[in-house]
Design a protein around this ligand. Structure first.
Ligand SMILES: NC(=O)c1ccc[n+]([C@@H]2O[C@H](COP(=O)([O-])OP(=O)(O)OC[C@H]3O[C@@H](n4cnc5c(N)ncnc54)[C@H](OP(=O)(O)O)[C@@H]3O)[C@@H](O)[C@H]2O)c1
Length: 306
């Protein structure tokens, strides 16, 4: 038997519990991974609350979790280059990574660079693929100044750093507590709240060339008002406004590949991109992990260590 996060009905944090379940057997093309780290993401809260039931209906009992890093303990048939003892990172689309063991298709895994921490490795897929897709969508590069909302959050912190790797200037919208971190990454921090448009104009006197929204609210309208062309705006959350305003909506599914994950893992292991870890929790404290996440002020990632 092994421990795994479960919920039996849509609802708040109180529906989450940790159950004793059978250790899954890897199917053809899969390997069994003993999970060392698995981050939590806001999309999992939304699914658990039933907000995405039309798109991604749950079947109960349901698990949670996409991101994962751990050690291969068993291989199914046709499991490619993976062998027991290999350290890996990747993702599952079956919402099962918040568990001690998870069976994962081998094309959703890569070998973990030795110097990549378990916490960073188990946080990389969702925020990494999403940030990668958003940065690619706005085509940012040298000479561009890019506005980013939620600039120190899980996705935003990777967006900011990928933009800097590409040679763009960044105006990062975040609360003052995160301004020192943004400055250290070479971004110009700006506080959200009343007067934001004016503060962005002062931070980018020649104007913004592109905008990446990771928070929602009125940020697409702000970007349009600041003169950014809709085709150089990407949101990962404000889909209704994006349809109305003609902006892009590229997120994790646009960059969900082992090749992208390898590129990201190399950027992190070489020190060019940091995955800030806000907090870690043992599996039994999964409710506290989501409570912290749902306050919506996480800097970087909250990670379960099963
Ligand atoms: N489409 C996709 O593929 C995709 C993939 C991943 C995530 N998402 C969605 O993207 C969103 C962000 O995900 P995440 O993992 O980055 O979340 P997160 O780590 O919880 O980040 C939340 C961030 O929001 C910031 N924030 C709070 N109030 C704000 C305000 N009024 N204005 C601007 N920023 C504010 C916080 O910054 P301060 O602490 O500085 O206040 C915090 O850094 C979520 O809604 C998630 O569901 C979509």
């Amino acid at each position: 038997m092994a421990r795994a996060v479960r919920f039996d009905q849509y609802g708040g944090i109180e529906v989450l519990y940790v159950a004793d379940v059978d250790v899954p057997a890897p199917a053809r093309g899969e390997v069994l991974v003993a999970v060392r780290a698995a981050s939590v993401n806001p999309g999992e809260s939304a699914m658990r609350q039933g907000y995405l039931a039309d798109l991604y209906p749950a079947s109960f009992p349901s698990g949670q979790g996409s991101d994962l890093a751990g050690v291969v303990t068993q291989t199914g048939e046709e499991s490619g280059t993976f062998a027991p003892g290999d350290e890996v990172l990747g993702w599952t689309d079956a919402r099962t990574s918040h568990a001690q063991y998870v069976s994962v298709p081998v094309d959703h895994l890569i070998h973990k660079p030795a110097n990549l921490s378990w916490e960073a490795a188990g946080s990389l897929y969702v925020v990494g693929a999403t940030a990668y897709a958003a940065v690619r969508a706005v085509g940012a590069g040298p000479g561009d100044t890019v506005g980013v909302s939620g600039a120190a959050g899980g996705v935003g912190s990777v967006v900011v750093q990928l933009l800097r790797v590409r040679g763009a200037e960044v105006v990062g919208i975040a609360s003052p507590a995160n301004h020192a971190w943004l400055r250290a990454k070479g971004a110009t921090p700006v506080e959200y709240g009343p007067g934001l448009a004016q503060r962005v104009r002062e931070a980018a006197p020649s104007g913004l060339d592109a905008f990446i929204d990771t928070f929602g609210k009125d940020y697409l309208e702000l970007a349009i008002d600041l003169g950014v062309a809709p085709e150089r705006i990407d949101t990962i959350i404000a889909f209704e406004a994006a349809g109305r305003l003609g902006t892009k909506t590229e997120g994790s599914s646009a960059a969900a590949s082992a090749d992208v994950l390898s590129e990201l893992a190399e950027l992190v292991s070489s020190g060019r991109v940091e995955i800030p870890v806000a907090a870690t929790y043992p599996l039994d404290r999964v409710r506290e992990a989501y409570e912290e996440l749902e306050r919506r002020h996480t800097h970087g990632k909250i990670v379960l260590l099963p």
